[in-house]
Design a protein around this ligand. Structure first.
Ligand code: ZN
Length: 375
């Protein structure tokens, strides 16, 4: 997207020259391979080469300034395509300037919430988005974003999502699921991650996680499981999707690197609409096979660190296969998490290689009371 910017395109903006006491002058701005050129109404032009150029973003505003090395001239624009055009045309010569770019664009709720970490990160992300560094790729961009981005996205989507049933508030059910979260959370790889869950009354055998630690568990999953360890296996897997930030990576891959940068710039409207489109109930488990394998392995690691028998998930797969044959669609979690045999084998292999099975401590869950409350 970025590399395809049309050098012929021009946009409105201004020029400020230290030598001109009248202040800023309207100009038509063009990108060239060697620099940015502004044509003034009097027919003269001002050019600032990419080499040595400094960039600045106006605090709270949408204006980007291209500043000559000696500070004598600035060319700037409010055009929403301006920064992308500068980046595309300036390319490698601008990587330092993008990395040093100062200023904050704190006018929107997202960047407000992200605070200084977000502003600092904006700088890093802009540096990453320079074409020369494209090979670092989307995943590096996600790494550079603060985890509060995940939280903002997850909160927005979860709040507006039709979860397909009423929330279950029975303490026997909440306590059982809470006990599983309490055992696993201290062993998450991301110390700042906090987890919130809802139990939803629905026969569908499913659970899913949104970015930022918002996890939904359906009662069908609880009643289909035969032990709390089996539920813990699914929950640990979902928590791993959160701590390894698979949702944000999926978003970044879907919308492209530039759009993921604009997310950080704070366009909450864009953010919310992209996230709502991507994370619907029907698609919420649509992670890549690599991400699923990653979540399995990280989930098993968390389970073992929490001294919970990690073969629970494998057992769950096995008994579902016995009872239901080929996993039907109503078993949503298992139909969106295919390749059961390979996964069972991989989970059991990791568990066998790493653990002494005497070490497991049972989960403090009143399973029968939970099932009774769900009748
Ligand atoms: Zn998964």
């Amino acid at each position: 997207m970025t590399g395809a910017y049309d050098l012929e395109q021009s946009m409105d903006g201004w020029v400020f020259q230290r030598s001109n006491p009248e202040g800023r002058q309207p100009a038509r701005i063009r990108m060239r391979l060697d620099g940015i050129v502004a044509s003034l109404e009097d027919g003269t032009t001002v050019q600032i080469p990419w080499k040595g150029m400094r960039l600045n973003a106006e605090p709270g505003g949408e204006v980007i300034y291209c500043i000559a090395a000696d500070g004598a001239q600035r060319i700037f624009s409010e055009d929403p395509d301006f920064l992308r055009a500068v980046e595309a045309a300036g390319g490698n010569d601008l990587s330092d300037a993008l990395a040093r770019m100062q200023g904050t664009r704190t006018s929107t709720p997202l960047t407000h919430r992200l605070g200084c970490v977000g502003c600092l990160t904006l700088t890093i992300v802009l540096a990453l988005s320079v074409p020369r560094l494209f090979r670092w790729g989307v995943d590096s961009t996600v790494e550079a974003l603060p985890y509060s981005v995940d939280e903002v996205i997850g909160e927005q989507v979860w709040g507006g999502m039709d979860l397909g049933g009423d929330e279950v508030s029975a303490p026997e059910v909440r306590d059982a699921v809470q006990a599983i979260f309490d055992r696993l959370t201290p062993h998450s790889e991301l110390p700042e991650a906090e987890f919130q869950f809802k139990v939803i009354d629905s026969e569908v055998v499913n659970a899913f996680a949104l970015p930022g630690g918002y996890i939904t568990v359906f009662t069908g999953l609880l009643t289909e499981a035969s032990s709390p360890e089996e539920v813990a296996g699914v929950i640990a897997h979902e928590m791993a999707h959160v701590t390894h930030r698979h949702g944000l990576r999926r978003m970044a891959h879907s919308v492209g690197l530039w759009a993921s940068v604009t997310l950080v710039l704070g366009n909450t409207d864009v953010l919310a609409s992209i996230a709502r489109d991507l994370f619907t109930l029907a698609s919420v488990n649509g992670y890549s096979q690599d991400q699923e394998t990653d979540a399995d392995l990280e989930g098993v690691r968390m389970l073992m660190a929490a001294r919970i028998d990690p073969t629970g998930l494998a057992h769950f797969f096995e008994h579902l296969a016995e009872e239901h044959g080929d996993v039907p669609d109503s078993l949503a979690w298992f139909s969106t998490h295919p390749q059961h045999e390979e996964r069972i084998a991989a989970i059991e292999e990791v568990a066998a290689a790493n653990a002494n099975t005497d070490e497991w401590e049972p989960l403090d869950v009143d399973w029968d009371a939970m099932l009774k409350a769900l009748e």
